[in-house]
Each structure stands twice: as C-alpha cells, then as structure tokens.
Design a protein around this ligand. Structure first.
Ligand SMILES: [Zn+2]
Length: 479
C-alpha cells in the first residue's frame, strides 16, 4: 500500500526589534539571566502593555514578502495557561484579527516547483525560559525572553515530503533575513518550527490522525523527525499494533525518535479572550506603502543584480545570495574593492574554505570587510601573491590582524626581481637534474614540482607569473 504524508507547519520567528513587544527592555539574545526584565514583562500587577510599533512594522514586512493580505485593523488577545516561565499566566497573541492572511511562498525542490499557501501570520509574545541543569534540586527561571516579539507563520497542510519542508524553511529564512525581519538563527531559538503530520493512503481525501512534533532546532533534526514520525504512522496503520492518537510529541535528537508529551498542555482550554488593555491598531494604506518603499533588497533581487549588472555566474550568484551574512560581506567588501568578480572569487574560494577549516557556517563568518578588501587589493596590485594572500586572510579571520602592517613586518612582499628569481630557478634545476631530463623527455607534469621547489626556496613569496616564464625559458635553454 502506498502512503502519502500530509504536513502543515507553524514557524515561530523572533522579530529583530531592539526592545520587547510591550515594554522598553532590550530584546537581545545572550544577556545575563534576568538582566532584561522590568515590572511589565515580569507580570507585576497593575502594569499595562504598550505596543512596540516596530514589531507591527516587521509583522507587515513579513506579510509583504510572503504575499499576504495585511489586516487593516488588528487586535490582541489573551491565551491563558499556567507555566512557570510565563509570568502573567497568559500569553498575549492574536486569535481574532491576525496581522496577515492568505499568502504564499514558492519553493524549489528536486521534484520541481511548488506553491505553499500561508494561512496566517500573527504577532505574539514569547515566554521566558526554565533552566533545569543549573541546580540538581530545583529549576530556575530566566525572564529575559519573556515578552520578546514573535511572529507565528501558519501554513496550510501543503507539504508532502521532508524535502519540501526544508526548502520552505530555507526560503522563509532567506526572505525574512534579507528583509531584516529576523536573524532566523535556529540554534539560538530565533526560528523554531512545529510540524503537524498525518499519513493517508494515496488517492484518499480523508486526513489521518494528526500529531504535532515540537522541539526541533535544526533543519537536519526536522527532516529526521519527519522521517521517523511518518514511518511510525505508517506502521501503526499497517500492523494495527499501535493506536494513533491526536497529540503533541517531542523530538529526541539523540535517540532519533519522537515521544509523547505526557503533560496536559494539549488538552488545555486556553480560554482565549480579547485583551482589553491593548487598543486595536489601524494599519493605513499610507503606512503599508511607506514600508513597501523602504524594503531592503531581497535575495532574488540581489541575484538579478549579481548576474545582470556584474555578470557573475548562476552558481556564484546563488552561493552569495544563499544567506544574508555572506551576501552582506560581499556588498561591504565591494565598497573597498571595485571588482565584483574578484570579490566573489575570494569569498567563494578562499573565505569559504577557511570558514570550513574553522568549522564555521556562512552565517557565522565575522570579518572586517575593509581589511578583507585590502588583502584583495594587495594581490591585485602584486604587492603579495595569492598564496600569501590566503595565509594573511586566514590570520585576519582568526585574529583580525592588520594585513598591511603584517605583510610589512613579516617581509611577505612578492618577489618580482627577475635576476634573483633566475638564480633561484637555476639552483632548483641543478639540484633536480633527473626531473629536468623527464621534462626534456616530454613530461609536462614536472613543472608543478619545480614551482613547488622554487616557492619553498622563496618562502612562498615569488611572483608566480615571473616564475612560470623564467622557469620555462631556463628549461628550454637547458643542455
Ligand atoms: Zn520589560
């Protein structure tokens, strides 16, 4: 029997505002525990929420880049539940008038292109965080994250494979990071995803029993969790040994399996009701067009600029627009080196390989682009050769050295003196007569062996162009 997986996604994304959703506390990740807390976000009695205008703006931006209709009068509601990391005992969210509705995102997978429909996007506040491993006998609570603004992007059940889910999340990440809505760092929890999953026989219109998987913090984990959970559903249907129930399950990445959340969260009646403390917000046409006009360049627009205006290849342009960070590095370096092709070569070749050696993803690369530009220029102007350039880049990456003074102090300038190079080359040939004879017998491959020797004798500083021409001349004159 053939089965089909049916999935819908709920993606939570932290908005890149400076302050929280209803107070002036910093919304930054990574502060000391309970550093960014005030009476309002700690849920003290009598405190009133004041809505952060920037959060509403970013909600509108999220809707615009995902082709949604923007709701003109939005309101906020209380979702009541008790949990120690929720100081007020309710979460402020949008049930009745979410900020965006009826959008879509187009994705590409190996199986082809597909449109994923977005049901709605709503703004809500995040909860705090419980810390369990600090003390053996108790749990502690950190309210830094309490009331940090989020959007929840709810899709229709349009996904049929984990490939589609991953492609959608990558597309969302690209759209939202390029539009400066969020940094979408899954490892820091600023992008989180819940998957609603069910399985049915191919051709059937009836949806099977649905489970929701939570607690996944990487694309790899999400793909694995979907594979596991869909197989669990299929074998339950095939064998009848396990009864499928509608429930929320967590993903255990170490064990590679999902397990039922035994708490009653799923069955709770949240007793939603309109929040009387926040007045409805009217979103005018003027405000929307102002936001539209100030939208930053999105990934696909940048791709067009790279291939069109700069003549970069499809491959290079895709790579440079694959993430906001790497794409920003490209643009910032371009301010110092007016040569897009060369900058792209350095990023895709040397910078990417150094990042790999240092176990950093493209998103994690931090580099001073002015200094990076100086290295590229020094190579372009033949002050140093490319090999030395890469070494200097490596040091810039690790220790943020100043490239020019480093080259000067360590005397790494390129050796172009033809007389000097000729002597070195003659020496190398004299030391390796056997290889010279091989060359004379027609073996071109020994050239790279000679170049290696010459570079070693010059500490890698020789001008490769001069070496090549002098070496060939000397070899041909050899007798
Ligand atoms: Zn606060």
């Amino acid at each position: 029997m053939e089965y089909e997986i049916v999935m819908g996604l709920e993606v939570h994304v932290e908005l890149a505002t400076k302050s929280k959703l209803f107070c002036a506390c910093a919304a930054k990740f990574g502060a000391e525990a309970n550093e960014n807390v005030c009476p309002a976000c700690a849920g003290m009695p009598g405190m009133l929420p004041v809505i952060n205008k920037r959060a509403v703006e970013l909600g509108i931006v999220a809707g615009l880049v995902t082709n949604c209709e923007i709701t003109r009068t939005i309101s906020f509601d209380k979702k009541n539940y008790f949990y120690p990391d929720l100081p007020t005992g309710y979460q402020i969210t949008q049930l009745y008038a979410p900020i965006c509705r009826n959008g879509f995102v187009d994705i590409e997978t190996e199986a082809g292109n597909k449109r994923i429909r977005i049901k709605q996007i709503h703004i809500e506040e995040d909860a705090g965080k419980l810390v369990h491993d600090y003390r053996p006998d108790s749990s502690l609570v950190d309210f830094n994250r309490a009331s940090v603004p989020l959007i929840e992007i709810v899709s229709e059940p349009d996904f049929r494979s984990s490939d589609e889910v991953v492609a959608y999340l990558e597309k969302l990440r690209s759209l939202l990071t390029f539009a400066d809505v969020s940094d979408c760092k899954m490892q820091e929890g600023s992008m989180r995803c819940d998957v609603n999953i069910s399985v049915r026989k191919v051709g059937s219109d009836i949806l099977g029993t649905r489970t929701e998987i939570k607690n996944m913090n990487s694309l790899k984990a999400i793909a694995r969790a979907i594979e596991f959970e869909s197989q669990r559903h299929i074998s339950a249907l095939e064998t009848g040994c396990e009864e499928l129930v509608q429930e929320t399950r967590r993903w255990d990445d170490n064990k590679g399996e999902t397990y039922s959340m035994r708490d009653k969260e799923d069955a709770t009646d949240y007793r939603y009701f309109p929040n009387p403390e926040i007045l409805p917000v009217h979103i005018s046409d003027e405000w929307i067009s102002e936001i539209k006009d100030s939208l930053p360049e999105l990934a696909h627009e940048k791709y067009d600029r790279l291939t069109g205006c700069y003549g970069l290849s499809d491959y290079d342009s895709k790579l440079i627009t694959s993430g906001k960070n790497i794409s920003d590095i490209f643009d910032r370096t371009l301010e110092f080196v007016d040569n897009p092709k060369e900058v792209a070569n350095w990023i895709i070749g040397d910078l990417a390989s150094i990042a790999r050696e240092e176990n950093k993803s493209y998103d994690e690369i931090e580099i001073d682009c002015e200094k990076f530009g100086k290295i590229i220029k020094m190579v372009e102007n033949k002050v140093i050769n490319r090999t030395i350039g890469k070494k200097v880049l490596q040091l810039l990456f690790r220790d943020n050295i100043d490239p020019e003074s480093y080259v000067r102090e360590n005397k790494l300038g390129m050796i172009t003196d033809a007389g000097y190079l000729e002597n070195v080359i003659k020496e190398v040939l004299a030391e390796n007569e056997k290889s010279v004879l091989e060359y004379k017998a027609g073996n071109q491959k020994v050239i790279s062996f000679f170049v290696g020797r010459i570079m070693r004798k010059t500490q890698g500083k020789a001008d490769p162009g001069s070496v090549n021409s002098i070496l060939r001349r000397e070899l041909n004159d050899w007798n």
